[in-house]
Ligand binder design. Structure first.
Ligand code: NPG
Length: 371
């Protein structure tokens, strides 16, 4: 497989409703897709982060530079940009896991399409469909929140995640429990909004039988999360703090978390995500697949990952309609609370050319062979 061309397509898709978290409010998904062309086939991926570095340090404009100026020259120098060679070639560039994941995923898609192999087969997935959870943003009022949760449950979602922040935590959780009962699989996500000084307050969440509390404290502070876990019955789950299998191993060894949210982009790609799954499974720690409001291009391979045996909790693998009135691939539709794992070669989906053209705001050629 020879690399011939790499294109970057900026896309902007309006969200069906604003999505508010402790770090900001999103009204559209603005990112870029990568299209790699080889002598055999092509491959696609989606950069997972946003235009502003508020969830993580990476952001759209920065990733474009990193891919064009630092990652692609290393990958293009390889005799063949196969998955086994791509990650080692990029390793000398520090950090930038989300940018690396975007490039590696597009190349892996091209490679697997050339073999006629799906992501699910490549990763070792064991399920044909995966249960879908939904992430519910911070609302202006509790009645508004209850209406949203009711609607998602009526659509079939099997697990609810509530975004929380100081001032929006115990009361919304109590209200959801009172209205929908103790059997509802319920979890919360703070996106780093608290400090250890809030430990006593967060202990109030222990009354509600939550599946987990996600990333309550500062990113990368495993020590503080371990101290918090000592004081909480609710399992701590880490997201932002886990960038590699080594981080997962450290966090588990320190009891800084009892559950791991695996986002392939955050950990540098799908093979890295698989390694975290393996480390967690070896310790009996459940994992689940997170989401970053991906279009169908990013969602498809996440569904393959979520079908690995250690993904024992429902993920943020929602249907396309949760975020978009129109997706750039055939939409993923919820059926009995589940989404199908794509079986076609590579990521298993393609952009719909006319829809993609409508949502594309700018195209750049990042690499052309021989130039
Ligand atoms: O369903 O795709 C989804 C989104 C789930 O809540 C979700 N994502 O902190 O995990 C998160 C959050 C997020 C949103 C992260 C946007 C980054 C950007």
């Amino acid at each position: 497989m020879k690399l011939e061309r790499v294109e970057l397509l900026h896309v902007a898709l309006p969200l069906v409703t604003p999505f508010r978290t402790s770090f900001g409010t999103m009204t559209s998904k603005d990112t870029f897709l990568l299209r790699v062309v080889t002598d055999v086939t092509e491959g696609w991926s989606e950069f997972a982060a946003d235009p502003q570095p508020l969830y993580c340090s990476e952001f759209v404009a920065g990733a474009e530079i990193v891919i064009r100026d630092f990652l692609l020259p290393r990958v293009a120098a390889l005799p063949e940009p196969t998955t086994a060679l791509v990650a080692p070639a990029m390793a000398s560039v520090k950090g930038h896991e989300l940018a690396k994941a975007a490039l590696e995923t597009a190349l892996l898609d091209a490679e697997l399409r050339a073999y006629g192999m799906s992501f699910a087969t490549f990763l070792g997935s064991v399920h044909e469909r995966v249960p879908a959870g939904v992430s519910v943003g911070i609302k202006n009022s509790v009645p508004e929140l209850l209406d949203d949760v009711e609607r998602y449950l009526a659509e079939g979602y099997v697990r609810i995640k509530l975004k929380i922040e100081p001032g929006w935590d115990i009361e919304p959780v109590r209200a959801v429990r009172e209205r929908f009962g103790d059997a509802l699989p319920l979890q919360v996500d703070a996106n780093t909004a608290y400090t250890l000084a809030d430990a006593e307050h967060l202990r109030g969440l222990d009354d509600f039988g939550l599946l987990l509390i996600e990333e309550p404290l500062e990113e990368n502070n495993l020590h503080a999360h371990a101290r918090l876990q000592k004081r909480l019955a609710t399992p701590v789950c880490l997201d932002e703090s886990i960038h590699s299998a080594r981080d997962a191993a450290s966090a588990i060894a320190m009891d800084a978390c009892r559950v791991v949210n695996v986002k392939p982009a955050r950990v540098g790609g799908y093979p890295g995500a698989r390694r975290i799954h393996d480390v967690a499974a070896a310790h009996g720690v459940p994992v689940w697949c997170g989401g970053m409001l991906e279009t169908g291009i990013g969602r498809a391979p996440n569904l393959a990952l979520a079908a690995l045996p250690g993904f024992t909790l429902p993920g943020d693998t929602s249907a396309s309609g949760r975020y978009f009135a129109e997706d750039i691939t055939e939409p993923f539709v919820l059926k009995d609370g589940h989404l199908p794992v794509p079986t076609a070669p590579g990521i298993g989906v393609d952009p719909l050319p006319d829809v993609l053209a409508r949502f594309t705001t700018r195209t750049e050629v990042l690499y052309t062979k021989g130039k």
